[in-house]
Design a protein around this ligand. Structure first.
Ligand code: ATP
Ligand code: MG
Length: 391
């Protein structure tokens, strides 16, 4: 007798009514995608659980993958069986004898109310047979083994092991966002936090060759292949930014270069978000880190877009951002040396309180609209997919 299903649980709170149906449909699909290397596992969708039918597969690698799927709160390795009480006694005894420990507790849940025996009596019967046939003792407060029985319409599930999972919402239920991805530490972490909330990302990157080298693109691909763990396919739009930057430096006061550069970035992100049907933009900005990230700067920069701009790491400490970057395995890639368009053109004394009027004044000196359209039309698109991982 071996465990034959994995029971997938999702949070109760956010899953009501029609939303719940969408939530389950999207999650089931994401699970199918995450497990597509396991050819013969199948997925069963029920009202408040999803089951992965193992069909003889080793459960360990499957559980490991599922623990990272957004929207799953916990998992149990279960044995599906006939709910007849004599059978439940036999199965429970056999399963608990494979577990290590000295004490146990039995838990029963009768989701199918037509089942003739109430939960307390199921527990009594099953605990009785375990006590009579093993050396295990009952401990209701802190048992070494918790044996659970759930009676449902389609059968009974018996299990001893429950695993925590990532929580959050299934990827895709929150729509799609245009995420500004640099090669730094913060923007991949911001992307991860959004994906955890069920939001799919599409990335925009501003490249300034020859000032920035092509290695940056390899770096971005490596970062995205780490993020493929949470979103199996990510579209990366690379925007040629050199001409715009050169024009900025030709026309604007050095102390306003960063402000105007970022206004151009947000304009490009806004236009591309509209083209790609993303109702919002996101970035890895964090308040106070650099001159362009003061509230006054954000005010002046944000003025170019009416889309919501989500900044998931805005109030996080750098050490905590780094911790997350290590957890999602992007940190070592992010710290590889590279030239960012921000660092190349960084002025000695950027304005920390740039005025909106001043910024507009400098911008009027060149035809940035034409340059923006040209840059968008010449964007290079790369899809980074799960298969691209080289390990
Ligand atoms: P990061 O570590 O993410 O690079 P940072 O602390 O270096 O962030 P900035 O360089 O000021 O901060 O950038 C702030 C945010 O602006 C980035 O997190 C990213 O979302 C966006 N950004 C900066 N440079 C680029 C770029 N070349 N392409 C796309 N987005 C960018
Ligand atoms: Mg940066």
């Amino acid at each position: 007798m071996t465990y034959d299903h994995i029971m997938v649980r999702f949070g109760e709170l956010s899953t009501k009514g029609k939303n719940k149906k969408d939530f389950i449909r999207v999650l089931a699909n994401n699970i199918k995608n995450a497990l597509r290397d396991f050819s013969n596992v199948s997925i069963e969708t029920r009202f408040d659980h999803i089951y992965v039918v193992l069909n003889g597969n080793d459960p360990d690698p499957i559980i490991e993958i599922l623990q990272d799927v957004s929207g799953i709160h916990s998992l149990s390795l279960v044995y599906k069986t006939d709910p007849d009480i004599e059978n439940l006694k036999k199965v429970s005894l056999e399963l608990i004898q494979k577990e290590a420990g000295q004490t146990f507790k039995v838990k029963a849940k009768r989701a199918d109310k037509t089942y003739p025996i109430i939960s307390e009596d199921i527990i009594r019967h099953v605990a009785g047979v375990i006590l009579a046939n093993t050396n295990l003792k009952v401990d209701v407060h802190n048992p070494d083994i918790l044996l659970s029985i759930e009676i449902r319409q389609e059968g009974a599930y018996v299990f001893c092991k429950t695993y925590p999972a990532a929580g959050g919402y299934p990827l895709g239920v929150g729509g799609k966002i245009m995420h500004m991805l640099s090669g730094g530490i913060d923007s991949p972490v911001a992307a991860y936090l959004l994906m955890r909330r069920g939001i799919k990302i599409e990335c925009i990157h501003f490249a300034s060759p020859p000032y920035t080298n092509v290695g940056v693109i390899e770096k971005l691909k490596d970062i995205l292949s780490k993020l493929n763990k949470y979103q199996p396919e990510i579209r990366l739009n690379i925007i040629p930014f050199t001409k715009i930057q050169e024009e900025i430096y030709r026309n604007a006061d050095e102390s306003y270069a960063i402000t105007i550069m970022r206004r151009m970035m947000f304009r490009l992100a806004d236009r591309l978000a509209h083209r790609r049907r993303c109702p919002a933009i996101s970035s890895g900005e964090s308040v106070g880190q650099v001159a362009s990230q003061t509230l006054e700067s954000m005010y002046t920069i944000n003025e170019v877009t009416s889309l919501p701009v989500l900044r998931p790491v805005v109030a996080m400490d750098k050490v905590d951002i780094i911790k997350l970057a290590r957890k999602i395995d992007t940190y070592d890639i992010s710290i590889r040396p590279f030239e960012d368009c921000c660092t190349i053109f960084a002025p000695k004394s950027p304005k920390t309180k740039p005025s909106l009027e001043k910024a507009k004044e400098f911008e009027e000196k060149f035809d940035y609209e034409t340059l923006i359209n040209e840059a968008l039309d010449n964007a290079e698109v790369i899809y980074v997919k799960k298969e691209d991982e080289l390990f």
